[in-house]
Design a protein around this ligand. Structure first.
Ligand SMILES: [Zn+2]
Length: 162
């Protein structure tokens, strides 16, 4: 799933444990793999290959710049929306930790393509194995992912008893 969805799900879980940022981080990290297993759509990247065989080098090209901008915007939107939806006076650390944990496995995939060694090797094969092999079309994929993120946010907000 896209980083924004991972951040919202991580933040939603974190909002249920407002004073436990470390647990929220771990739970967010675990949630990444759980929801990657759901059939979904991911935006295509032009220069970054994230498969098990993918290898990247740290170079700059127009395509790489495009990818960095898209991924950066996605990550920024993830933090921004998650804080907007879930932040209260006393849960900021947990919310940020949950969102960061939720998104982290994807940058770790990139790190793996640069340094294909343990423990990234094991994490990468787990990530690829658990990730759904069913790729939804763009329209259905975007719609269902938006609905999923929104539903998660609503359930978490209701569960917290706003
Ligand atoms: Zn993932």
């Amino acid at each position: 799933m896209i980083l924004t969805t991972h951040a919202i799900v991580g933040g939603a879980i974190a909002s249920l444990m407002p004073s436990h940022p470390v647990v929220a981080f771990v739970a967010g990290f675990a949630s990444h793999f759980a929801i990657d297993a759901i059939p979904h759509w991911d935006y295509p990247l032009r220069s970054i290959a994230l498969g098990t065989e993918g290898r990247n080098r740290v170079t700059m090209s127009a395509a790489r710049l495009h990818d960095v901008a898209v991924v950066g915007l996605d990550g920024f939107a993830g933090f921004f929306l998650t804080l907007l939806i879930f932040k209260t006076e006393n849960n900021t650390a947990a919310i940020v930790a949950g969102a960061a944990g939720g998104m982290l496995p994807d940058p770790l995939q990139f790190l793996y393509t640069l340094y294909p060694r343990e423990p990234l090797l094991t994490l990468q094969s787990f990530h690829v194995n658990i990730h759904t092999k069913r790729r939804l079309g763009r329209i259905v994929g975007i719609g269902s992912q938006f609905a999923f993120a929104a539903a998660t946010a609503v359930i978490a907000v209701v569960a917290r008893g706003y």
